[in-house]
Design a protein around this ligand. Sequence first.
Ligand code: 13P
Ligand code: SF4
Length: 429
Amino acid sequence: MSTKMIDDLIVQAEVGSGEGTICSSDLKQPIWSLDVAEGERAKPTYGAGASQWDKAPVFAPLQHQIPAKYRQMAHAELDRRIRAVKETLGERLVILGHHYQRDDIIQYADFRGDSFKLSQLAATRPNAEYILFCGVHFMAESADILSSPQQQVILPNLAAGCSMADMANLEDVLDCWETLGQILGQKPNAEGQQPLLPVTYMNSAANLKAFCGERNGIVCTSSNAETVLKWAFARGERVLFFPDQHLGRNTGVKLGIPLEEMVLWDPSKPLGGNSPAALRQARIILWRGWCSVHQRFTVAQVEKARQDYLGVRVVVHPECPLEVVEAADEAGSTDYIIKAVEEAAAGTVLAIGTEINLVRRLQAEHPDKKIFCLDPVICPCSTMYRIHPAYVAWVLEGLLDGQVLNQIRVDEKVAHAARIALNRMLTVK
Ligand code: 13P
Ligand code: SF4
């Protein structure tokens, strides 16, 4: 399997909308051109790729420029240095790689997985003093919450956030909660259900997980959203679901909740853009958030795949819009998609609706099947893509010098409340 697959394709590709094209010429810029130089006042941006056109909030973390020697280092030298530190630190270091990371990073991962699996894995390596999380900010926070106090979690590039997670912040969610409390009341009904229960997707900041922990709420992932919502409806008449409207809506539909009983909460509008009557009638109040990677997939792409390949199996992630999920044959989490590919018979044709680095890797690892991305345009997750071997070499060599660079630490009070919501999810069957 060739490494640097997506990177190589980006170098070769043109900007456009057809086969072999990229969504932005900015993808060709070195990733550190986005970092903040010494003394510079900069606004956060997500960087080239799918979230490029989303506005990053002022609170989104910035990455300061790493030393020039790492930016100038050839790939072979970065590779040599990363492997040398891994060898030196041995079991004291564990490297976790999310499935959407580029191949150049995945090659160093001791474990690959989805966001939840990786956070749990951190806890199974108590000897690892350092957890290098090659993923995005909310994942590193979850790893810090679920690991032991002596373990230190490192995110190689601090600007690797998540545009979807940033679409819900504590202040706006607190405002929403207070407004809904005034409309829906606070008292449990005759069955003991509270009027509203908060459910946050794993892809959210630690303080929002804590918000849920403090209000009888819970966390969900894309693999257990259905089970978690059933749990929530046993305890609440309604659910406030954030930040991904699509996962919430798709799961609601699976549970048989009519679309008229799911309303969208736009935090920039009074009452989220709803009437009090609509809010009272709602079963799910969906936060107006989305993933710009999965929102790129369309029904037209599904139709084209079916036209081009008779009998194609279309599998998409539930962060895709409802009409895309309905047009597909199946929808499931990153892990579900991987299993679907692994278990498919040789010769199967699969069109996948998820992040391009994972789709290309599946393609390379299963040459006996025809696997392709529904979207012909190469448009990686902007923030996952900000992790590059130069940052990995920089933070790892820092460890040898006794410096823990880019540590992600969640305040213990927040972590405690977030752990409650995470543990509720773990015990839900
Ligand atoms: P999972 O890693 O839980 O599949 O979520 C997909 C995603 O968008 C990660 O950021
Ligand atoms: Fe966030 Fe979407 Fe990227 Fe996942 S794929 S990190 S949800 S922007």
